[in-house]
Each structure stands twice: as structure tokens, then as C-alpha cells.
Design a protein around this ligand. Structure first.
Ligand code: SF4
Ligand code: SF4
Length: 499
């Protein structure tokens, strides 16, 4: 890249985004040095069009093919992601491939096999209140010859909620929109995950707010896999049940997208190039344009002259938008995604297939001799290709993670020294399970955990009008560690067969 000094106003907007620190301000103008790997990041942020491409003789760089950026890396320098370096004309990964033993200290120890499963679950255990009494059941038994203790309680947790994952490419609402249940706010629409929309319900601030009882009830209902109806502010009405397909505005969604539009081309370019001259995969994240995409180029697709109306990320990958159209975009009539067709490149008769990442809908167009696009019946071969995309999709479903914080007073039922329980959980000396199911404990302080509700028996969760949700929690550790943490030895009872 080079700077057009007539246009550059020296605003320095491009400086922080240059991964190579290749841009400096000199005499109130930006200047780019030889570290530049032509990643194009600065082009995207310059408001003044002051950055432009510069011809670099091919013998001066090696082009990296490891991602769509395709950095031009000069001798001795790095690519934009700092992973590849040009050494003597060859690209080398800057970190050598690691063995598991190289990272053992970072990964840390696993739990001993004896404590991976609780001796009993906390489902039906009840709660002792106040917490300073020992937990309702503290059970000891031998496992693989080692004395093991499991401490269980049904803990009321005011720091609790669920994250619901809805596998769909359909627009549910704007990120951050409130979610209501019986017209009461119980959560918000949070950041999407790959192929899924995410709903966050509950959490301490809503539980302690004016509608906390509704919040506690809906969180427990989701965790117990009951049917619920939610309304997203300015968005969809959802009928959800963990384990089932989502019903969005009364319509069952049945396919989870195979990937974004770019991934779909990565998966199916070989097949798609045989059915049309150009293929557009509509998707709200990334819409793919086969002839430009690296996968299309790899399988030998020729340029088509088709230009899309979405903003380009990298060749063949266009940022989509959100709406009720194809692939979760605003495009209702698929042809609308085509901004223009360059008649110098396009050939009359050229076939364009447009579909979605689920293969749910597809349309085919042919370029006429006058340069216009005519919709034609989708060919048998194209239909088969679209069907293959649809068959590669997983079924849409609803799943949920229950999140809770049990690092408070509930620890007193386990030990006289609560901080020792927290440390034991974080150093894998005590295994935390919920209804027998493994948890993921969040790093940092406290005992904040997540559990897949489908691994926990339906009905195991409940709620109380404090308001809080109630979660069956088990801590399992060796008897030695239990004694060391100051456990309630006096309350330990032997495991009785049939427990
Ligand atoms: S193209 Fe990339 S590496 Fe080069 S100056 Fe711009 S941001 Fe930096
Ligand atoms: S993988 Fe890294 S070095 Fe290679 S093109 Fe992409 S950003 Fe550049």
C-alpha cells in the first residue's frame, strides 16, 4: 500500500489497526514502511481514500495462501496475523508445531479418575438453611481403592440464568433486544454463535428486579426442558423447548445452516461449478460469490463479471445484512443481491444459481444477449446440488446451558474454610457436578459454572420466590483433600448400596 499525500489529512485513524505497525505519521502525513504485507486493513478505515494499492514486483514477496487476505510478505517480514514469516523466500510458521507435553503446564492437570463422578447426585437432596450447617448429604465410599467424599445440596442461586442456543439463520431481532415472557422482561438477545442465535435469560439483576419471579420461573422451566413462549422486542415470537426444533413466528425451523456463504463454497465449490457459471450463497454473515472466492478459483471457475451489492470483506466473501429474506438477509427477491453484471466479462447464456446456506430456497438466472438477467427453471443438476447442501445441514434444535454462581454461602455446608473449596475446584482437586453432569467452571475467582441442561434430569431444577433458581450441586474429592479443606467430617456418612 502507499499513501496519496494529497488526500491524507494525517488523522492517524489507520495507525492502530495496522497489524504490522507499518504506518507512521511524518510531517502530518501517514507514511507506510516496508513491513507492509498488503493486508488492506488500512484501506477499510481511511475515510479520505488516501491509501491505495502499490505494485510490488512478484520477486519481492511470497504470497501467503493460508487465509483470504493473501498477504504479500517480503523477505524477513511477517504476514498480518504474525503467524507466517518469509525466510529466504519460503513462508514459515513463526511458532513450531507443539507437542502436548510442551503445553502440559499451561493446560494443567486433569481430575483424578476417582473423583470424576459423584457418589450420589444432589437431585432430591434438599437444602440445609442457614448455610452454616453441614450440607444435607456428605457421603463417603471407596472408588478404585481410594476414599472419596461427595457433598451434595440443592443450592438456591440468585446468580443464575440460562443461555439458550437456537440453531437458525432466521432473523430473531436486533442483538441486545429485550426478551419478554408474559410481557415481563426476562433477558436479552445476545451475540450469535456459529449458525445459532443466542438468548440470555435471567442473571442477578433481572432476578432481583421487579419481575424477578417471572425470571426465576422461566429460567427453571428452560432448565427443566419445558415449553416456553418468548417475545423478542421488535422481533420474533419464539416457542421453544430444549431438545426440539425452534418455532419462530409460528413456523417450525428445521435446518441449521451448513456454515456461512463462504464456508458453503469451501465445502461444495467442486460440485457447484458443474451446475452454473456463477453461484451466490446468500447469508447474513458472509455471502459467497463463487467466481471470486478462493474455493471457486481453486476449482477453476472463470470470472463472471457479477458484482454484489453487499460490502466486500475479501475476494468472494461479502458481509451480509439482517432481515427476513434469504439466508437471514434483507434480500427477499434473490436477484436483488446482484448490483451489476460487467458485460465485458460476462457471457450471454451464462447461468447464475442463487441459494441459501441451508439450501432451503434456490433460483436460477440466465444472462440474455441484451445483458439482462432472466429467471429460468432451476436445472435438475442444480436442484441436486442444492439438495446436497440441505442434506448436509443438521436439524435445527434448541439447547440451553444453565449458568450459576455457587461460590457464596453455600460453601459453608461443605467446609469450615470456604476459600479452600474455591481453590480445590479451580485446581481440579474437587469436581463440581450438577445432577451428576459435568460442569465447566469459569476461570478467575469464585465458583461460576455452566452445565448443559440436557445432561441433567428434567425436573431437577426448581425456583423459589426469594427469587432464585435452585440447582442440584455435588462436590466430589478424595477424603484426604476433604479433611485438608476443613470439611464437616462429623457429618460424613458411609455410602449405602442403593443410594
Ligand atoms: S496494508 Fe495492512 S500491513 Fe500494510 S499498512 Fe495497511 S494495515 Fe498495515
Ligand atoms: S494467514 Fe496471516 S500471513 Fe497469511 S494471508 Fe492471512 S493474515 Fe496474511
Amino acid at each position: 500500500m502507499k499513501i496519496d499525500s494529497l488526500k491524507c489529512v494525517g488523522c492517524a485513524d489507520c495507525l492502530p489497526i495496522c497489524p504490522q505497525l507499518a504506518i507512521k505519521i511524518r510531517n502530518r502525513k501517514a507514511a507506510i514502511d516496508e513491513k507492509c504485507s498488503d493486508c488492506g486493513a488500512c484501506l477499510r478505515v481511511c475515510q479520505n481514500d488516501a491509501i491505495c494499492a502499490e505494485y510490488i514486483p512478484p520477486e519481492q514477496y511470497v504470497q501467503c495462501e493460508a487465509c483470504p487476505i493473501r498477504c504479500k510478505i517480503k523477505e524477513g517480514f511477517l504476514g498480518a496475523c504474525q503467524r507466517y514469516q518469509n525466510r529466504d523466500g519460503a513462508l514459515e510458521r513463526t511458532i513450531k508445531l507443539k507437542k502436548l507435553s510442551d503445553v502440559k503446564n499451561v493446560v494443567g492437570e486433569d481430575w483424578r479418575k476417582e473423583i470424576r463422578r459423584p457418589l450420589i447426585t444432589a437431585i432430591g437432596a434438599g437444602t440445609t438453611y442457614p448455610d452454616c450447617k453441614p450440607a444435607p448429604h456428605i457421603i463417603q465410599n471407596k472408588v478404585h481403592g481410594i476414599d472419596v467424599v461427595t457433598v451434595v445440596t440443592e443450592a438456591p442461586l440468585s446468580y443464575s440464568g440460562v443461555k439458550i442456543k437456537v440453531d437458525t439463520d432466521r432473523m430473531l431481532g436486533e442483538e441486545g433486544s429485550p426478551i419478554s415472557y408474559h410481557r415481563k422482561k426476562v433477558g436479552h438477545l445476545t451475540t450469535e454463535e456459529y449458525g445459532s442465535k443466542m438468548l440470555s435469560l435471567g442473571g442477578v439483576n433481572l432476578l432481583t428486579g421487579p419481575d424477578g419471579l417471572f425470571v426465576a420461573k422461566v429460567v427453571a422451566d428452560v432448565a427443566n426442558r419445558k415449553k416456553i413462549r418468548l417475545k423478542i422486542g421488535n422481533g420474533a415470537v419464539l416457542d421453544l423447548q430444549v431438545g426440539g426444533p425452534p418455532i419462530i413466528n409460528g413456523e417450525k425451523d428445521y435446518l441449521m445452516r451448513v456454515g456461512c456463504g463462504s464456508a458453503t463454497l469451501g465445502l461444495f465449490a467442486e460440485m457447484l461449478k458443474k451446475v452454473a457459471d456463477e453461484v451466490i450463497i446468500l447469508d447474513s454473515h458472509l455471502t459467497g460469490l463463487m467466481s471470486e472466492h478462493a474455493a471457486g478459483v481453486y476449482v477453476g471457475t472463470a470470472p463472471s463479471g457479477v458484482k454484489l451489492k453487499f460490502p466486500r470483506s475479501t475476494p468472494g466473501r461479502y458481509f451480509g445484512d439482517h432481515g427476513s429474506g434469504w439466508g437471514g438477509t434483507s434480500i427477499v427477491n434473490p436477484q436483488e443481491v446482484i448490483e451489476s453484471v460487467d458485460s465485458k466479462i460476462a457471457k450471454p447464456g451464462m447461468l447464475i444459481l442463487i441459494t441459501e446456506t441451508t439450501g432451503r430456497q434456490a433460483a436460477m438466472f440466465q444472462l440474455t444477449s441484451t445483458g439482462s438477467l432472466k429467471e429460468i427453471a432451476i436445472t435438475v443438476k442444480a436442484k441436486e446440488a442444492v439438495q446436497t447442501i440441505a442434506e448436509t445441514c443438521e436439524n435445527s434444535r434448541v439447547s440451553a446451558i444453565y449458568c450459576g454462581g455457587s461460590g457464596g454461602s453455600a460453601r459453608a455446608g461443605v467446609t469450615k474454610y470456604p476459600i479452600r473449596l474455591t481453590y480445590a475446584v479451580h485446581t481440579n482437586k474437587a469436581k463440581l457436578t450438577v445432577g451428576g453432569a459435568p460442569t465447566f467452571v469459569l476461570p478467575g475467582g469464585g465458583i461460576n459454572f455452566m452445565v448443559d441442561v440436557e445432561k441433567v434430569m428434567p425436573g431437577a431444577f426448581s425456583w423459589t420466590p426469594t427469587p432464585a433458581t435452585i440447582c442440584p450441586i455435588e462436590y466430589t474429592m478424595t477424603l484426604d483433600d476433604y479433611i485438608k479443606m476443613g470439611g464437616h467430617q462429623e457429618a460424613v456418612k458411609p455410602f449405602i448400596k442403593g443410594d
